[in-house]
Write a protein that binds this ligand. Structure first.
Ligand code: HEM
Length: 507
C-alpha cells in the first residue's frame, strides 16, 4: 500500500480523475448559471408577497442587502424588478428612462385618479407630456411658487402662533398633527385662495384616507381572482374617500368660479393653481382640452404628493437635530447670525443659510419621504443584467440608494456637513446615490415648493422655540406610502425669543 501511494502510476491515475471532476463542475455551472438578478424562493400564487411587511421600503431594503442590488420578484402574478443600488439605478435610468416612464396602476390609483385622468399616474404619452409642461412652465414654476409666498407665510405664522399660545399656557401639542395641518393648508391655499379652514380639514382627511389605502398592499391587485371579493374592505373605503374628496372639489370649484366672475382671476396678479388649470381648460387653442376630472385629479395628486411628505421631512429634520444637539446649536447660530432675533426668518433668507440647507438635504437622504419610485416598462428591455418585459414593474428603492455604502461614508449616520464637503450634490436626480425626489422624466415636479416649505418651517421652529430634553427621540418609522415617524411628536413648546418677532404678535 505504502508503495502504491508513492508510485508514479497513482499520479497518472489521479490527474485524469481531477480533470474529470473539474470538468463536471465547470459544465454544470455553465448549464445552470446562477440567475442574475437573484430571486428569493417564492410561494405558489402569492409569489414573494409574504416577504413584504410594512414599512415596505425596509422589507425591500432587506431583500437587496441579502440578494444583491437587483432582485427579481413576483408580487402575486405581477413580475417586478427591485433596484437597490446607485449603480444599478444609474444603468437603468441613464439608458432607459423613456422606456420606464409609465407607472403601475393599482385599483386604488385608478379609483382616486378618476379612472386615470390624473398626472402622477398618467401613462407616459401626450396627456402626461402636456401636464408636465404646464407644471414646469406654470403650475409649479418658480414664478407661481414665489407669487404664492404670502400663503405659505400666512400658514407658517398660524403654526407659530399656535405653538406660542401653547407655550404661554404650558400645554402640550402634537407637533406632527400641526405640521400636517400647516402643509395641507399651504397646498389648499395655493390650489385655491378661496379654500376655507373647513376645506383644508376635509383635504387633510382625504389625504390621510388616500395614504392609508395606497400604503396597504391590496391583495386583489396581485392575485387576480381575489379582486372580486374585496376581502380587505378596501374598495368600500376607496369609494368613501373619493366621494368625500369629490364633494370637496365640487365646493371649491363652485366657489372659485364665483370669485372668478366677481373679482377676476388671481390675487394681486398671482394666479393660484386652480386659476391656471381653469384658464388652460377654457383655452380652445391648447393642444389638450382639460376636463373637470383632469383638474380634480391633478389637485388630488398635489394634495397627496405634497402635504404629508413636506410635513414628515420637517419633523424628521427637527427630530434629528434634537438628537444631535451640536448640530442644532450650529443651525441656530447660523440663523441668529444671519437673521438676528428681532424679525422672523423669511424665505429670502434661505439662500444664506448654508448649514440649514445641508440639514434638509441630509434629512432627505436618511428619511426620504417618498421612499420608493415605482415605474412600469413600456417595452421590452435587455440591458446587461436586466431583462424586463413590457408591463413589468420596477421599484427603485430610494431608501436603499440614498444609503448605498459604495458612495456614502457611515451611511446611517446623520451628518449634514457631508453636503458642505460635496456642494455639487443637488436634488436634481443627476447623482444616482442621492435621489429623494426621484430622477429622469418622472422625477418630482414639486421639488422647489417642497424645499421652500420645509426649510422655512424648520428655520422658524429653531429660531423661535427651545427644543430638546434629556431623552433621545425614538426614530422608528411608521407604515404607509410616506415615511412618517412612528410615534407622534408630542411636546411642550417653549418660546425662545422675548419678545416674539412683531409678525407673531399680530392676529
Ligand atoms: C419632501 C417632499 C417630497 C418628496 C420627498 C417627493 C418625492 C417624490 C418622488 C420620489 C417622486 C417619484 C419620482 C420618480 O418616479 O422618479 C415624486 C413624484 C411626484 N411628486 Fe413629489 N415629493 C415631494 C413633494 C412634492 C410636492 C410639494 C408636490 C407638489 C405640490 C409633489 C408632486 C409630485 C408629483 C405630481 C409627482 C409625480 C410626477 C410624475 O409622475 O411625472 N411632490 N415625488
Amino acid at each position: 500500500m505504502e508503495e502504491l501511494l508513492h508510485s508514479p502510476y497513482l499520479s497518472l491515475l489521479l490527474l485524469p480523475l481531477c480533470f474529470l471532476i473539474l470538468n463536471f463542475f465547470i459544465t454544470r455551472s455553465r448549464k445552470t448559471p446562477k440567475p442574475i438578478p437573484l430571486s428569493p424562493t417564492s410561494l405558489p400564487i402569492i409569489g414573494h408577497l409574504h416577504l413584504l411587511h410594512p414599512p415596505l421600503h425596509q422589507s425591500l431594503h432587506r431583500l437587496t442587502s441579502r440578494y444583491g442590488p437587483i432582485v427579481k420578484l413576483r408580487l402575486g402574478s405581477t413580475p417586478a424588478i427591485l433596484v437597490g443600488s446607485a449603480d444599478a439605478t444609474k444603468e437603468l435610468i441613464k439608458t432607459h428612462d423613456q422606456d420606464l416612464a409609465d407607472r403601475p396602476i393599482f385599483t386604488a390609483v385608478r379609483h382616486f385618479a378618476y379612472e386615470s385622468s390624473g398626472f402622477a399616474f398618467a401613462p407616459y404619452g401626450p396627456y402626461w407630456r402636456f401636464m408636465k409642461k404646464l407644471c414646469m412652465s406654470e403650475l409649479l414654476s418658480s414664478r407661481t411658487v414665489d407669487g404664492l409666498a404670502y400663503i405659505r407665510r400666512r400658514e407658517l405664522l398660524a403654526l407659530l402662533r399656535t405653538l406660542a399660545a401653547k407655550s404661554a399656557a404650558a400645554e402640550s401639542i402634537d407637533l406632527s398633527k400641526e405640521l400636517i395641518r400647516m402643509t395641507t393648508s399651504v397646498i389648499a391655499g395655493m390650489t385655491t385662495g378661496t379654500a376655507s379652514a373647513g376645506d383644508s380639514e376635509a383635504a387633510r382627511k382625504a389625504v390621510k384616507g388616500v395614504a392609508e389605502i395606497i400604503g396597504s398592499v391590496n391583495l386583489g391587485d396581485f392575485i387576480g381572482f381575489l379582486s372580486i371579493f374585496d376581502l380587505q374592505g378596501l374598495r368600500k373605503r376607496m369609494k368613501e374617500v373619493r366621494d368625500n374628496f369629490d364633494a370637496l372639489m365640487e365646493r371649491i370649484m363652485a366657489s372659485k368660479e364665483a370669485s372668478r366672475k366677481s373679482c377676476g382671476v388671481g390675487v394681486d396678479g398671482n394666479k393660484d393653481l386652480l386659476d391656471i388649470l381653469l384658464d388652460a381648460a377654457e383655452d380652445r387653442e391648447m393642444e389638450i382640452q382639460l376636463t373637470t376630472e383632469n383638474i380634480k385629479s391633478f389637485i388630488l395628486d398635489v394634495f397627496t404628493a405634497g402635504s404629508d411628505s413636506s410635513a414628515a421631512t420637517t419633523e424628521w429634520a427637527l427630530a434629528e437635530l434634537i438628537n444631535h444637539p451640536e448640530q442644532l446649536k450650529k443651525a441656530r447660530e447660523e440663523i441668529d447670525n444671519t437673521v438676528g432675533k428681532d424679525r422672523l426668518i423669511d424665505e429670502s433668507d434661505i439662500q444664506n443659510l448654508i448649514y440649514l440647507q445641508a440639514v434638509v438635504k441630509e434629512t432627505l437622504r436618511l428619511h426620504p419621504a417618498a421612499p420608493m419610485a415605482m415605474r412600469k416598462a413600456t417595452k421590452e428591455i435587455k440591458h446587461g443584467e436586466f431583462e424586463l418585459r413590457k408591463g413589468n414593474t420596477i421599484i427603485f428603492n430610494v431608501y436603499s440608494v440614498n444609503r448605498d455604502p459604495k458612495y456614502w461614508d457611515e451611511p446611517l449616520e446623520f451628518r449634514p456637513s457631508r453636503f458642505l464637503e460635496d456642494g455639487e450634490l443637488s436634488y436634481k436626480g443627476m447623482h444616482f446615490h442621492y435621489l429623494p425626489f426621484g430622477s429622469g422624466r418622472r422625477m418630482c415636479p414639486g421639488v422647489t415648493l417642497a424645499v421652500q416649505v420645509i426649510t422655512v418651517a424648520l428655520a422658524a421652529l429653531i429660531q423661535c422655540f427651545e427644543w430638546g430634553g434629556k431623552e433621545k427621540l425614538d426614530m422608528s418609522e411608521g407604515p404607509g406610502m410616506v415615511i412618517l415617524r412612528a410615534k407622534p411628536f408630542v411636546c411642550f413648546p417653549k418660546t425662545r425669543l422675548h419678545p416674539l418677532p412683531p409678525e407673531l404678535l399680530g392676529p
